[in-house]
Design a binder for this molecule. Structure first.
Ligand code: CUA
Length: 366
């Protein structure tokens, strides 16, 4: 069911009508109660007005049934709104498992996006119609907020962590993309477009790629370049833990606690390696805080993740690791993988300036 809300943008995602229905209900409730109160005020003011100068009013005793009524009805209404809104919240902010992933990095003042196929774009997002898209988002500097009104989707991106949200576009077209969190001088210019395409058109768009490789492939190059591969041996004999099969598993830490190896865990282990040391290993890994950008961290995360998806639980992954390391390190010298991704199109000239008055570079503390 779709209740039209006046002045609202297109309903272009699978849950847009749900959000509008809740909004329409709140709106209706406000009008009904607001009007009811105003009418009651006038009605009682006229009905019980003073008719002679020396008239004295009657004292009012309690009325239990009346008081119960005006307590219980609003209670039920507000709890109903709570349950309804919570359900919708979890629907929007818990991405389904089979969603197609897209990486988003916010930065003063642009949105940098990379698809799992390797395609990059700035202030534009191309997505196929009818596909569930999961956004894995973070920021290089201050808090931004990724907002697509037509999808009824908005989520803050926060320094030092990944924010996840999903949507399923239901209508081909071009939609607006905003930053919805004041983030400095050019906040209002941090806007872009979302293109919802027929799947075939999307495939054609993807085919016009830059040939830089997928994020996982770029992550693998970085893994060689930064010499991560000299400690994290596929054989498990290295000074750092073997990474094959780690992503998604439960890791035992030196202090006896356990942690699920998700995106945030891998990110923290790269930037603040001593925060969670794996059981049986020494805290000898240096931080890569100043050596890698957020986009590169995402590529490394994609690579670590690909080690689980491809070679889980087999020795083949060890062999694959050693063969690919030869080719990867050979191409790594010539590959421009370490150049910032934003070099393709940088509309802002101020992008690399230190941000006066903005939040300081955050420490990767969860
Ligand atoms: Cu980014 Cu406002």
């Amino acid at each position: 069911m779709q209740i039209p809300v006046p002045f609202s943008p297109d309903q272009a995602s699978s849950y847009a009508s749900d959000a509008d229905n809740l909004y329409a209900f709140l709106w209706t409730l406000t009008i009904v109660f607001g009007l009811g109160l105003v009418i009651a005020i006038f009605y009682f003011a006229i009905k019980y007005r003073r008719r002679s100068p020396n008239e004295v009013g009657h004292p009012v005793a309690g009325a239990i049934s009346l008081e119960l009524t005006w307590t219980i009805i609003p209670f039920l209404i507000s709890m109903g709104i709570f349950v309804w809104a919570t359900e919708l919240y979890f629907k929007i902010y818990r991405p389904p498992a089979n969603a197609k992933e897209v990486y988003v990095v916010g930065k003063q003042w642009m949105w940098k996006i990379q698809h799992t196929e390797g395609q990059r774009e700035i202030n534009e997002l191309h997505v196929p119609l009818g596909t569930r898209i999961k956004l894995i988002m973070t920021t290089e500097d201050v808090i931004h907020s990724f907002y697509i009104p037509a999808f009824r989707m908005k989520l803050d991106v926060v320094p030092g962590r990944y924010s996840n949200v999903w949507f399923e576009p239901t209508q081909v077209g071009k939609y607006e993309l905003f930053c919805a969190e004041y983030c400095g001088t050019s906040h209002s210019g941090m806007i872009g477009s979302v293109y919802v395409m027929e799947p075939a058109d999307y495939q054609a768009w993807l085919a016009g790629g830059t040939g830089e490789g997928t994020p996982a492939q770029q992550g693998e190059k970085l893994f060689q370049q930064l010499a991560c591969s000299s400690c994290h041996l596929a054989s498990g004999q290295g000074r750092g833990p073997r990474l094959q099969g780690v992503f998604g598993s439960t890791v035992e830490l030196a202090d006896g606690s356990k942690v699920v190896a998700n995106e945030d865990y891998v990110r923290e282990s790269i930037l603040n390696p001593r925060a969670k040391v794996v059981a049986g290993f020494q805290p000898i890994m240096p931080t890569f805080q100043s050596l890698v950008s957020e986009e590169q961290v995402l590529q490394l995360v994609a690579y670590v993740r690909s080690l689980t998806q491809e070679g889980q639980g087999s020795n083949a992954s060890g062999a694959a690791g050693s063969t690919t390391s030869g080719t990867a390190s050979g191409s790594a010298a010539s590959a421009p993988a370490s150049t910032p991704a934003s070099s393709t199109a940088t509309p802002q000239t101020t992008q690399s300036k230190p941000n006066a008055g903005q939040a300081p570079k955050p420490k990767p503390k969860p």
